[in-house]
Design a protein around this ligand. Sequence first.
Ligand code: ZN
Length: 139
Amino acid sequence: MPVITKNFTIETQGHSQILDITKQVKSQILNISISSGIAVVFIPGSTAGITSIEYESGVMQDLAAAIERLAPKSIHYNHDARWGDGNGYAHVRAALIGASFTIPLQDKQLLLGTWQQIVLIDFDNRPRTRKVILQLIGE
Ligand code: ZN
């Protein structure tokens, strides 16, 4: 079964910035030889996550607030005591969101909902250049 692996890079501001990467992901599948299967969008990194949401300012603020409640910036993190890089909350947030998102592919179309965008959330405490990996398995 064919496997295609692609990637693209994106500049982020960090600080829990939410970026819509749906267009970048879709552009990667325009000329591929697989028409049906699954697509995995993955971020190699321990301070960012990939998920989906409606890319609308209200719900993105709500998500940011929910994440702040789950893993607040202001509490003690053992990671910071050990490494001193001050981003313990970013590692915890990334673990909660997860590093990948899977989308069914059918007839060269990603079966996303109309209001379902693929987003990268960069939780790190500084701007980063992020590599996003897209892997497709199918026929
Ligand atoms: Zn760290």
